[in-house]
Design a protein around this ligand. Structure first.
Ligand SMILES: NC(=O)c1ccc[n+]([C@@H]2O[C@H](COP(=O)([O-])OP(=O)(O)OC[C@H]3O[C@@H](n4cnc5c(N)ncnc54)[C@H](O)[C@@H]3O)[C@@H](O)[C@H]2O)c1
Length: 284
C-alpha cells in the first residue's frame, strides 16, 4: 500500500477553506485516500459542493460552515468533530485570502480580515484542536498553509505576505513544541508555489482600494496561465505529509529559488530586492 494511504486511510480529516482551491483539492484527496473528511468553509454552498464531489467518488464527507476568523467557531468545530468522531488524524489549516493594495491604502477592515483569516485562523485551529488530539492519545498530522511568499517580499501584497511569514514562523515553533513535549503530532508547513485557484478572483477584492484591481487581475491571469494543476499538487502535499516532512512543496524548484534569494538577502544584508513581477505589474 502507498504510504499516504497506509497513514491516512480510515482516519478523520478536517480541512478549513475547503470549498475551493487547495482546501477543496486536499479534501478530495483525503477522501480518495479513505478518510472521513470534515469539509469546512465560510461559504456553505461551496463546502457542500466539495462534499458532493467526495461522495460521488465513493468517499465519506460532511460539510460544516465555519468562519476561521472567529476563534469560537473553531472551538465549536473541534468540539463537534470530537463528539461525532472521537479523533482527528489530519488537520489542515488552509483558509486564506489575498489582499492587494498599498499598506496605507488598505482599509482597516481588510487588514483585520487578512490577519484574522490567514494568521489567527491557523493559530486558533491549532489551539482548538491540539488539546483534544492530545487527549485522544492518537497520532496526528497538522498542515498549515504557508507559501513561497513566506520567504520573500511583494509590494502591494504586504498584508498577505506578512501573514505568510508569520504562519511559517508559527509552524516552525509549533513543530519544536511537539518535539519538546514528545507528542506524536507531526507538523508541516505546506508551501504551494503557484496553483490554479480562485484566490485572485475579482470577487475576492471586495474592500481593497480601487487601484488594486489591475494588480489583482495580472496575478489572476498569471495563476490561470502558469498555475499548477490542483489535484496533482494536493496529491504531492499529502504524500509528503505522510512521510512526516516539515517542508511540504508543490513545486520544489520555486521554493528553492525563493529560499535561495532569502538566504542571499540575509547573508549579504542588501536592501529588499524588487521581484520582477512587481516591476511588470507597476509598469502596466
Ligand atoms: N493558490 C496558490 O498558488 C497559493 C500559493 C501559496 C499559498 N496559498 C494558500 O493556500 C490557501 C488556500 O488558497 P487558495 O489558493 O486555494 O484560495 P481559494 O480562494 O481558491 O480558496 C480559499 C477558500 O477559503 C475560504 N475562506 C475565505 N475566508 C474564510 C473564512 N473566514 N473562514 C473559512 N473559510 C474561508 C473561501 O471561501 C475559499 O473556499 C491560502 O491560505 C493561500 O494563502 C495558495
Amino acid at each position: 500500500m502507498a504510504l499516504d494511504k497506509d497513514v491516512f486511510a480510515g482516519g478523520v480529516a478536517v480541512v478549513t477553506g475547503a470549498g475551493s482551491g487547495i482546501g477543496a483539492g486536499l479534501a478530495r484527496r483525503a477522501g480518495a485516500l479513505g478518510m472521513t473528511v470534515v469539509v469546512t468553509d465560510i461559504n456553505e454552498a461551496a463546502a457542500a459542493e466539495t462534499v458532493a464531489a467526495i461522495k460521488a467518488a465513493g468517499g465519506k464527507a460532511e460539510a460544516e460552515k465555519v468562519d476561521v476568523s472567529i476563534p469560537e467557531e473553531l472551538d465549536r468545530l473541534a468540539e463537534l468533530v470530537f463528539a461525532r468522531h472521537g479523533e482527528v488524524r489530519l488537520l489542515i489549516n488552509n483558509a486564506g485570502i489575498e489582499t492587494v493594495g498599498y499598506t496605507w491604502e488598505v482599509p482597516t477592515a481588510r487588514w483585520e480580515a487578512a490577519l484574522n483569516i490567514n494568521l489567527h485562523g491557523v493559530i486558533h485551529g491549532v489551539r482548538a484542536f491540539v488539546p483534544r488530539i492530545i487527549a485522544s492519545g492518537q497520532e496526528a498530522w497538522i498542515g498549515n498553509l504557508s507559501s513561497v511568499g513566506a520567504f520573500g517580499q511583494m509590494p502591494a501584497q504586504t498584508a498577505y505576505i506578512v501573514t505568510k511569514h508569520a504562519v511559517q514562523a508559527f509552524s516552525e515553533c509549533l513543530y519544536l513544541e511537539m518535539e519538546l513535549k514528545k507528542l506524536p503530532i507531526h507538523v508541516s508547513a505546506i508551501i504551494p508555489g503557484m496553483m490554479r485557484t480562485n484566490i485572485f478572483n475579482a470577487e475576492g477584492g471586495e474592500g481593497e482600494p480601487a487601484n488594486a484591481s489591475g494588480h489583482r487581475r495580472a496575478m489572476f491571469e498569471m495563476m490561470r496561465d502558469y498555475g499548477m494543476d490542483l489535484d496533482e499538487g494536493c496529491r504531492l502535499f499529502l504524500e509528503q505529509m505522510a512521510e512526516n516532512r516539515f517542508w511540504v512543496h508543490s513545486q520544489p524548484e520555486m521554493s528553492e529559488q525563493a529560499l535561495g534569494s532569502r538566504i542571499r538577502f540575509m547573508q549579504e544584508q542588501t536592501p529588499p530586492v524588487m521581484p520582477d513581477i512587481a516591476r511588470q505589474i507597476a509598469a502596466d
